[in-house]
Design a protein around this ligand. Structure first.
Ligand code: DGL
Length: 283
């Protein structure tokens, strides 16, 4: 049975969910986290629902059996779209928080009422996304673009022995191609003035996206709202650790991957400043 001292489980198709883990660590500094990067099976976005549901179910089961998690954060828009309802049915007592593209905040923020959304094919084709879009489409026109290959390119860029300049050029070319098909970006009427990053990997190429859309376009992701939601759920059920129960730095985070260990170590160090010994291969 999980207790307040149990860890919070977090997973993604790969390293993208580290952006959510970062926000969780900021909002919940006294908690312990177990992160699984399913990089051996990434990307999820071009795989189809059945595969993503099966991987999500397996990872959740592992987290419960081996780590006795007290809550699960699905740090992946694609897995949330495909699997969150099934996971909630399979694990009725477990608080489960998912990630969805920030359409509502974007609709509220946009002055031109034209919002761009970039995400995986799996996310933009899902019925959850259609419902979300319909709920906010009265005042806002959404320009939606599936970015096939982009999550994969970001994953690949962290693998050992890569040509960093070639990877950066490939990522830049993909971003440029997809954004160009969406239309014009900027603050003028009919321009896209807000861009939703609907895949947790994309925040790691925010500089590339920013350079392409310009300084006057807002980039929105959902990592911090997801972390706050996780806090609220645990607070409401009395499952938060007390500050005095905070784990030491070497216990606060345990990261596992089904892919290459060195890639996870690189990403964890580069983006979260975490030491390599916190990372290990998943079973
Ligand atoms: N990071 C994931 C998301 O937020 C999925 C990327 C992928 O594996 O295609 O959708």
């Amino acid at each position: 049975m999980p207790s307040p001292l149990s860890p919070i489980g977090v997973f993604d198709s790969g390293i993208g969910g580290l952006s959510v883990l970062q926000a969780l660590r900021d909002v919940l500094p006294h908690e312990q986290f177990v992160y699984i990067a399913d990089s051996g099976n990434a990307p999820y976005g071009e795989r189809g629902d059945a595969f993503v549901q099966q991987r999500s179910a397996y990872i959740t089961q592992q987290m419960r059996e081996h780590h006795d998690i007290k809550a699960l954060v699905i740090a992946c828009n694609t897995a949330t779209a495909a699997a969150i309802e099934g996971l909630r049915e399979q694990h009725p007592g477990l608080p489960i928080v998912g990630v969805e593209p920030a359409l509502k905040p974007a609709a509220q923020l946009s002055q031109t009422h034209v919002v761009g959304v970039i995400a995986t094919q799996g996310t933009v084709s899902s019925s959850r996304f259609a419902t979300l879009q319909a709920a906010h489409a009265t005042q806002t026109r959404f320009v939606v673009q599936a970015c096939n290959g982009l999550a994969r390119a970001i994953e690949d860029s962290t693998r050992p022995g890569r040509d960093a300049a070639a990877d950066a050029a490939h990522i830049q070319a993909l971003c440029q191609t997809y954004l160009a098909t969406m239309g014009s970006f900027g603050p003028q009427p009919d321009q896209i003035d807000t861009l939703v990053l609907g895949c947790t990997h994309y925040i790691f190429v925010a500089d590339t996206l920013r350079a392409l859309v310009g300084d006057q376009v807002s980039l929105l992701d959902t990592a911090t709202p997801v972390a706050r939601r996780t806090y609220s759920l645990l607070h409401a059920t009395g499952m938060l650790r007390k500050p005095a129960q905070a784990p030491g730095a070497d216990q606060a985070c345990s990261l596992m991957t089904t892919g290459e260990l060195k890639a996870l170590q690189y990403a964890a160090a580069q983006w979260l400043g975490l030491p390599p010994q916190l990372c290990q291969a998943a079973d």
